[in-house]
Design a binder for this molecule. Structure first.
Ligand SMILES: Cc1cc2nc3c(=O)[nH]c(=O)nc-3n(C[C@H](O)[C@H](O)[C@H](O)COP(=O)(O)OP(=O)(O)OC[C@H]3O[C@@H](n4cnc5c(N)ncnc54)[C@H](O)[C@@H]3O)c2cc1C
Length: 457
């Protein structure tokens, strides 16, 4: 086994294979600054090279963990000293942008923001968007079925992938680079890899669906008195603006207060509202859309749905509003802190959040539980801090967040995936039969259990 570094160097060239010592010069992930543990880190440049790496590892029973931008939230890319890490960092080609068919064909290591910028030059958008856009990769977005802030209008990654190429555990290349919206010729095999978190194959190339760039954008941050006002506003906007609502991001009042104030983000609205919403509406005609947006917002104020509102007057002001929602670093001054990503029906949200907070307060009177959500997608994120010292706090917090989910049919993962962090809780959201079929798929595609072992299942 110790010879695997030499064999990989032989196959790929020495420069593309770092040994354990060189790998230690890197951090483990965005969330974990400890040195990366690996037997070797390989940096292939093409699907053919990925195939060679996997074939060699398969022959030698060598386990592999695939790395994209390392922004994943569920410890899905963790490795140890016996792992070969396969990084897609050298597979960054944007191979084609088809302005007529509205598709882009890319290698999996392309960083999300780079693709967004590249297609915008052609008057098109790639609408999957998330706070990690500057680091996360298209391959990682596929592998986690990423969601983000525009799902309400454009869907998750699964809705944007038309085709992909993946390398199976034994090195077989499965090229399924479909470019059409419609293709019902048998099973849709690409879906197997979307959201599979690197456990069924390594995604090497992707065809994604683009949309026309919108020409108008109107944004606002509003303060609201109750959760009924939040859902009322969402309905009002959806009824009045057709399909033009592209973001509706809710912040519970405590979150807003904890990330604004002295030394943190500047609060653009009074800090005593019960809820805040960052909303965005995009359309095709500035002359029509902006007056319509203003009228719809006035109606919301007149009907008492909204208590207060701020409308940015420049891109700088707009970005500053989004920072409040997307840059939650001020919360991380408290440690430990546990991040959650659950989904549940909107009508259950208010009671569910209250129950989780009550459970946490009963366990730890000084605890904090800040909440934000893509509520139009049924998705909430919690940031939980116990506020005291103790053992097994993460597991206890998990219990308080997940136990009330089961009776309402919620999911322990809306968009982050399972990784290793949520593996013990998969059974809350999936039946025994579903998990058994997942295992059958894993055994069929990766019988030696070499690809990202111990993740998801
Ligand atoms: C500030 C911040 C905000 C975020 N906001 C959101 C959000 O709004 N919505 C959301 O969904 N997520 C969000 N995330 C989580 C994260 O950005 C996404 O999960 C993202 O899709 C991960 O991409 P990555 O390239 O960083 O993947 P990595 O973290 O490198 O990997 C994630 C998983 O995918 C596997 N993988 C990576 N590349 C491949 C490949 N080519 N083939 C096969 N498997 C692969 C890895 O082995 C691992 O299991 C956020 C993260 C941060 C830090």
């Amino acid at each position: 086994m110790n010879g695997i570094v030499a064999i990989l160097r032989d196959v790929l060239g020495a420069e593309q294979v770092l040994d354990a010592r060189a790998a230690e010069g890197r951090v483990s992930s965005y969330w974990d600054p400890s040195p990366l543990q690996a037997r070797a880190l390989v940096r292939p440049r093409s699907t053919a090279e990925v195939s060679k790496v996997l074939r060699v590892c398969h022959e030698h029973g060598q386990k592999i963990v695939t790395h994209g931008g390392l922004t994943g939230c569920v410890e899905g890319a963790t490795s140890d000293a016996d792992t070969v890490v396969l990084s897609l960092e050298r597979m960054q080609a944007i191979e084609d942008i088809d302005t007529v068919g509205r598709t882009a064909t890319v290698q999996a290591g392309v960083v999300l923001q780079r693709l967004q910028d590249a297609v915008r030059e052609h008057g098109l958008i790639f609408p999957v968007d998330l706070g990690a856009r500057g680091s996360c990769t298209i391959g990682g977005n596929v592998a986690t079925n990423a969601g983000g802030i525009n799902v309400i209008r454009y869907g998750m990654m699964r809705a944007r992938v038309l085709g992909l190429e993946a390398v199976l555990a034994d090195g077989t290349v499965l090229s399924s680079m479909n470019r059409m919206l419609k293709n019902n010729a048998g099973y849709d095999l690409k879906q197997l890899f979307i959201g599979s978190e690197g456990t069924l194959g390594v995604v090497t190339r992707v065809v994604v669906r683009l949309d026309e760039a919108t020409r108008s954008r109107n944004s606002a941050m509003v303060g609201l008195a109750s959760f009924d006002h939040v859902t009322g506003l969402l309905r009002h906007l959806q009824q009045s603006l057709g399909g033009n609502l592209s973001a509706f991001e809710v912040m519970w009042g405590d979150y807003f207060r904890d990330v604004t104030g002295a030394g943190f983000h500047r609060a653009p609205l009074a800090r005593e509202h019960a809820y805040y919403v960052m909303l965005e509406v995009e359309g095709a005609n500035v002359e029509i859309d902006t007056p319509q947006f203003m009228a719809v917002m006035e109606q919301a104020l007149d009907r008492g749905l909204v208590a207060d509102a701020v409308i940015p007057q420049s891109e700088t002001e707009r970005r500053a509003l989004w920072e409040i929602r997307e840059n939650f670093q001020p919360l991380y001054r408290r440690q430990p802190i546990f991040l959650y990503d659950v989904s549940l029906p909107i009508r259950e949200m208010e009671a569910y959040v209250a129950e989780v907070q009550a459970r946490l307060r009963k366990r730890w009177p000084e605890s904090r539980c800040d909440v934000i959500g893509h509520i139009g997608d049924g998705n909430l994120h919690f940031f939980v801090t116990p506020g005291c010292e103790g053992e097994h706090q993460h597991a206890q917090s998990d219990e308080d967040v997940y136990a009330p989910l089961k009776p309402i049919g919620g999911s322990v993962s809306a968009e982050h995936g399972i990784g290793t962090e949520k593996r013990p809780h998969l059974g809350i959201s999936r039946s025994a039969e579903e998990i058994a079929l997942m295992r059958t798929l894993k055994c069929t595609l990766d019988p030696k259990n070499l690809l990202n072992p111990g993740k998801v299942l």
